[in-house]
Design a protein. Structure first.
Length: 298
């Protein structure tokens, strides 16, 4: 005959077995819910990846493949898209006044910003004031008027727009935010960062957009880089930065525009150990050629 203690022990054991069965049922239910959640997550990730691929393809298709033949100037460009965060756009285009041409390089803060950004940039570089030769501050001010009311909090647009007049080889420009613009003087060998004219376009932007100018001389180079170049990181998370960029430019300074561009991307790839770039990377190198006859200004 069982003692009272044994009966209590058996009763407690039965309770524990019942609790265990209940917990196992809960675990099975949670596993089922987790499996369904994982399936939904995988489906969502797949949709996002497809949207990113589509955005990537659209943006890549908009990258210029041909540039105008501008006497006295040579160009070299490269666009390296990122599957993480895109938004770069660039163009080199002639104006109705054939003695003037424009260069624009811009970077949005992400693929969602890119659609808005591209639509406005294409409008201005394709058919409006930019092609009629309006001064850069006027073009960018009008562009900001369309962009800023639609920019979400936390998003931004960095822009360089330059206008070159071949009558006197003067560059007029606006540089907003973190687009890098470097001027390499052939005569002095000095490399300078062009002065910024305002911060990036962000929600609530109200700054006055001012212009700057720069005289260009034979064999001078202009190097433009989107923010993704200096923001590229190594395996320890350190950014490539302006100092490394200027070193790359100076190491290729005596070579042609293609060699300077290739040097920058070679150093970027080596520094980042071939990682996927966190943002689009665009480099434009412009050189004034030797045999340039400066025309009298009308």
């Amino acid at each position: 005959m069982e003692s009272p203690e044994e009966q209590k022990l058996k009763a407690r054991l039965a309770e524990l077995e019942a609790e265990l069965a209940e917990r196992e049922g809960d675990v099975a239910k949670y596993r089922d819910q987790l499996a369904r959640a994982n399936a939904r997550l995988e489906s969502l990730i797949g949709q996002v990846q497809q949207e990113l691929k589509l955005a990537h393809a659209i943006q890549k298709s908009l990258v210029p493949t041909e540039f105008p033949n501008v006497p006295g100037f040579e160009f070299s460009t490269k666009f390296l898209p990122s599957m993480v965060s895109g938004g770069d756009y660039f163009d080199i285009f002639s104006h109705d006044d054939r003695l003037r041409f424009g260069v624009v390089l811009a970077g949005g803060s992400g693929h969602s910003m890119s659609a808005l950004f591209l639509s406005v940039l294409l409008k201005f570089t394709g058919q409006m004031e930019a092609r009629r030769g309006a001064e850069p501050p006027n073009v960018i001010t009008q562009m900001a008027g369309e962009l800023v009311p639609n920019i979400e909090t936390g998003a931004r647009a960095d822009i360089f727009y330059g206008l070159v007049d071949r009558r006197n080889y003067e560059l007029s420009y606006c540089r907003l935010g973190d687009v890098i613009a470097l001027h390499l003087s052939f005569s002095s060998g000095e490399l300078k960062l062009l002065e910024g004219t305002s911060g990036p376009l962000v929600a609530g932007f109200q700054e006055e957009i001012k212009g700057r100018s720069l005289a260009l001389n034979p064999r001078d180079k202009l190097i433009l880089c989107s923010p993704g170049v200096t923001l590229s990181k190594d395996l320890d998370g350190e950014p490539f930065g302006l100092a490394r960029l200027t070193k790359s430019v100076m190491e290729g300074a005596k070579q042609g525009v293609h060699e300077v561009r290739n040097r920058i991307f070679y150093d970027l790839h080596k520094f980042s150990s071939g990682q996927e770039p966190p943002r689009d990377q665009t480099v434009i190198v412009v050189e004034v050629k030797d045999k340039v006859i400066k025309l009298a200004k009308n």
